[in-house]
Design a binder for this molecule. Sequence first.
Ligand code: PMV
Length: 313
Amino acid sequence: MKSKASAPGKVILFGEHFVVYGVKAILCSINKRVTVTAEKIKEDKILVKSNIGNLELEANKNISEINSPLKPFYYLANKIIQNKNTGIIITVESEIPLGVGLGSSSACCVAGAAAISRLFSNTTKDEILELAIEAEKTIFQNTSGADCTVCTFGGIMEYDKENGFSKINSEPDFHLVIANSNIEHSTEVIVKDVKSFKENNEDEFSKLCKEETKLIEDVLELLKENKIKELGEKVNQNQKYLETIGISNQKIREMIQIGIKSSYGVKITGAGGGGCVFALTDDTNLNKTINQFREKDYECFSVKIDLQGLNTF
Ligand code: PMV
């Protein structure tokens, strides 16, 4: 018997970094997915196959001794097959570029948790989310859980440290053109850099947090009203704040100049220092924006909000 599940990637639309200091962030899942297939096997081993390589190990290994980006799958499989007298083979197919802030690891954890657990029982989305966050912690100890949550439930979500997650019921009709700087970033390192910026510039940082809070309030209204052009102005404003805290660089600034020519707004999504930017468009300027990035040889593609979240087959 096979069990199959898919989960979407995500972008942070507004509020990254400031969210670490209590400000609200807005995330959405995107229509690029990871699909995971799990199957029981007679041999007593855990085998993970993916386009970034394979992992083959016996069960009950100490997770800290495993040095592989596929470690979350091992963690999930090992936990779920305990006392079940079976091995497992997991196949991963991904449409989401790796390590550039588009939630590929969260989507792997969510789809992995669903595909593996549903080989044995009818786990709920909440149970799957809990497993996925545990698995993600094997590679990023301090995850807020926001990414796995939006990958599980889909749509747009607001998140803050004190109140957790809540789904936003707007369905704004925009396209995001995502362009990849192809510079891999370490979220942990960049979060530390922002902490130093804050410690050296307490007054300025606290003013920025207040401005970001106001911006997010405005964005929540604009999302309800589907006002894409005005949202674009907020995207640009948010990018200025990210520039001030030092997470941009020359390449990102160049990409922003390209995107801004025809879209409504462009910003970093996620930790910055590399990774991706998104340009906000509607049907009228979508193709032009894509072409402008491609003319300058940037890897880019367009996405829409995914409303489905986790899907099991
Ligand atoms: O690039 P990502 O998807 O890892 O986003 C990090 C978001 C931060 O706000 C910078 C950190 C965090 O834990 O919220």
